[in-house]
Design a binder for this molecule. Structure first.
Ligand code: PLP
Length: 420
């Protein structure tokens, strides 16, 4: 089936009432047929609903639909994108382990990996996404996962996915792509051999800035990389918290299953059914919206490139971009999503320009139907040190745009006036 059809139908079987819209199962818990049924569900002898912290029928449709669009075998929804990233790490790494992460990632991912998980005894080693060969020197036998973004936020670099996967395969390490900006419509990391994707579904998936959410998607046959692999011992040895279950022995997608059974069970962070329902509404129009976001962003990037006050434009859809070839390779028809950034002379000029726009809202979000302008150095990336800012490619004069779905010409006029 084609993408637009999957976006509207995948994962949903109509109930006896023939309900066209996916129902919202706004419930905390589910009644068991009897105590034996309950015991069977807890023992995984039967699969079924137990409690909404673990699973929910509305969220289940969202997970199946998202996995179908991304080309994965299973997915697990979380309360936010940050929860998804944390669970992807916590599912493989523990004190004494290390993970490898691109320097150019969302600010929350930088603080999570550089500060918070350090306190759990997990070390993060960073590589420049523009130079994947740096990964080789960072790997040792305690390395558990390599994480990078398909298009980086906010420095707008396109990752050379094949080059990173090649190094990871050599060392049998799990790879995880944050495909939030790429979206499952424009970019398919799993088809390039990536093992997992994570998304903040708070962005393009919900599409109108309506709900927080996150998701982890698992590729088919990930068990082949994990079974017997000494890096992932806890998937290959009995889980004492689950009656001695050995995940790599199960005929089920094991990574997302372990997130559900162990991490959602113990840490919470599950999505609300209503937010899953909003995400389902978003997915229905995602393929259509991404075309418009991408074509408007390209027109705006072309305009900015010719403006005398703009020193540099970062948008891989531009023919002049050093990353144009990578965007052509990894993004559907070269459509490079709705995020772009550009540099003006100074921090003050960047802030004055953002304040002078009328259609663009000064907001720290992306992927909304409403256009957004952000000054990362004073907001999303404020907690980063000067060194971290430079490493993440965020000079003071950098302005980020999340191009929405308004008329393209109106957006260009708004920027023209604001730049003066
Ligand atoms: N990953 C990327 C690329 C993001 O842009 C964001 C948020 O902006 C996140 C993850 C975190 O997602 P959330 O805000 O849903 O926790």
């Amino acid at each position: 089936m084609h993408e637009q059809t999957l976006a509207i139908h995948a994962g949903y079987e109509k109930d006896a009432m023939g309900t066209m819209a996916v129902p919202i199962y706004q419930t905390t818990a589910y009644e068991f047929r009897d105590t034996e049924h309950a015991a069977n569900l807890f023992a995984l002898k039967e699969l079924g609903n137990i409690y909404t912290r673990l699973m929910n029928p509305t969220t289940d449709v969202f997970e199946k639909r998202f996995a179908a669009l991304e080309g994965g075998v299973a997915a697990i929804g979380t309360a936010s994108g940050m929860a998804a990233i944390f669970y992807a790490i916590a599912n493989v790494a523990e004190a004494g382990d290390n993970i490898i992460v691109a320097k150019q990632v969302y600010g929350g991912t930088t603080t999570l990996t550089g500060h918070t998980i350090k306190r759990f005894g997990i070390e993060t080693r960073y590589f420049d996404v523009r130079n994947p060969s740096e990964i080789e020197a960072l790997v040792d036998d305690k390395t558990k996962i390599i994480i990078f973004e398909s298009i980086t936020n906010p420095s707008i670099d396109v990752a050379d996915i094949d080059a990173i996967v090649e190094i990871a395969q050599k060392h049998n390490i799990i790879t995880c792509v944050d495909n939030t900006v790429g979206t499952p419509v424009l970019c398919k990391p799993l088809a390039h051999g990536v093992d997992l994707t994570v998304h903040s579904t708070s962005k393009y998936t919900t599409g109108q800035g309506l709900a927080l959410g996150g998701i982890i998607v698992e590729r088919e046959n990930l068990v082949e990389k994990i079974k017997g692999n000494p890096r992932y011992e806890h998937f290959n040895t009995p889980d004492e918290s689950y009656h001695g279950l050995v995940y790599s022995d199960l005929p089920l997608p094991l990574f997302t299953l372990r997130v559900r059974l162990a991490l959602l069970r113990d840490l919470g962070g599950a999505p609300s059914p209503f937010n899953s329902w909003l995400h389902i509404q978003g997915l229905e129009t995602l393929p259509l919206r991404m075309k418009q976001h991408s074509s408007s962003a390209l027109a705006i990037a072309e305009f900015l490139e010719t403006h005398p006050k703009v020193k540099k434009v970062n948008y891989p859809g531009l023919k002049s971009s050093k990353q144009h070839a990578l965007a052509q390779k990894y993004f559907k028809e070269g459509m490079a999503s709705g995020l772009l950034s550009f540099e003006v002379e100074s921090k003050e000029e960047a802030q004055a320009m953002a304040d002078a726009t009328e259609i663009f809202s000064v907001v720290v979000n992306i992927g909304d139907s409403k256009s957004i302008i952000t000054h990362p150095a004073s907001t999303t990336h404020q907690q980063l040190s000067d060194r971290e800012l430079i490493e993440a490619g965020i000079p003071g004069g950098l302005v980020r745009l999340s191009v929405g779905l308004e008329d393209t010409q109106d957006l260009i006029e708004d920027l023209k006036k604001a730049l003066g």
